[in-house]
Write a new protein. Structure first.
Length: 315
């Protein structure tokens, strides 16, 4: 097949139930547009029948291709792999669960071809159907990272993007091991337009993102795009050193003037616990940055392929 109009990159982890719905709905859009689509599924170490289904779809159509990882490397690695092998003039990133509505594709394509933008992103204006506690922490995360980082991360932004080759190449040039795509999309810049839509629930299956996975992902995002926590740790350390110095002077003067009573040990224990807790907190911040640096210096591959079918690049 010659270069398709659009390559759709679809990270998939145990999405056996959702893939048929995704293909059906996206094909409706493709036929209405009269364009050539390439479907590039990235099997991120699925343990259900996802890979077998992709093999069947690939044999039945020369527009469906797949890459299967040797194990689960995460969605960030899947996005990078998909962008690396996408052949289309334009490249879209979509989830297979239809939370990224294919019906938005015509407007996204029109924006790039007629409005002169390089990338069209999508963002949810509501979190209907999502647990309230999860929505609360998500909003807190976006407020926090936008205060700490110079790179804007739009509240409610999805990985659902449509971009031209210029943006794709810019993203691929950022070959870091610890990836946070929402930050990378903002960091590369270029002309961008946002489309807003109401939250859509999964068509089938269950989400792979638990609260703790999202929490760890948020920490990765902050560490990847801000050094403000390091500055905070330094300021807190300086402040406590200053307070300790002042307290030493006060204690010396008090002892010389009034003697050295044994009372006051409970307050002393509380102060020690507080200072120790702050020290451990700051060491933890330093540890996060040190751990990320350690992983980067290993120069390990972002992902490993077990098997793939990419048309002419079949292995």
């Amino acid at each position: 097949m010659d270069r398709p109009d659009i390559t759709i990159v679809i990270p998939a982890l145990n999405e056996e139930k959702t893939i048929p719905y995704f293909i059906k709905e996206t094909e409706k859009v493709r036929k209405s547009l009269g364009m050539e689509f390439e479907y590039l599924f990235i099997d991120d170490g699925s343990t259900d029948g996802t890979l077998e289904m992709l093999k069947k779809l690939s044999k039945a159509s020369d527009t469906v291709h797949y890459i299967s990882f040797s194990r689960n490397f995460g969605k960030e690695a899947a996005i990078y792999a998909g962008l690396s092998h996408a052949k289309g003039e334009l490249v879209a990133i979509m989830d297979a669960d239809l939370q990224d509505p294919p019906s938005l594709l015509p407007e996204m394509i029109r924006s790039i071809r007629e409005d002169g933008v390089d990338c069209v992103g999508t963002r949810r204006v509501s979190r209907k159907g999502e647990p309230k506690i999860r929505s609360f922490f998500a909003r807190c995360f976006y407020r926090l990272i936008n205060r700490l980082s110079k790179t804007e991360v739009v509240d409610g932004a999805r990985d659902y993007q449509l971009m031209n080759r210029k943006v794709v190449e810019a993203i691929l040039s950022m070959g870091e091991y610890n990836r946070f795509s929402k930050g990378i999309f903002g960091w590369v810049g270029y002309k961008k337009k946002w489309l807003e839509y109401e939250n859509v629930e999964r068509v089938a299956g269950e989400t792979k993102w638990s609260f703790w996975k999202l929490f760890a992902y948020a920490i990765d995002g902050i560490v990847a795009f801000s050094t403000a926590p390091l500055t905070f740790a330094s300021l807190v350390g300086t402040l406590f050193c200053l307070v300790a110095f002042i307290m030493i002077i006060v204690i010396v003067i008090k002892t010389l003037a009034f003697g050295d009573p044994t009372s006051g040990w409970p307050s002393m224990v509380c102060i020690l616990l507080l200072v120790s807790g702050v020290q451990l907190f700051c060491i933890g911040i330093l540890g996060q940055y040190l751990a990320k640096t350690y992983l980067e210096t290993k120069k390990r591959p972002i992902y490993l392929v077990a098997e793939q079918e990419l048309g002419e690049e079949t292995r």
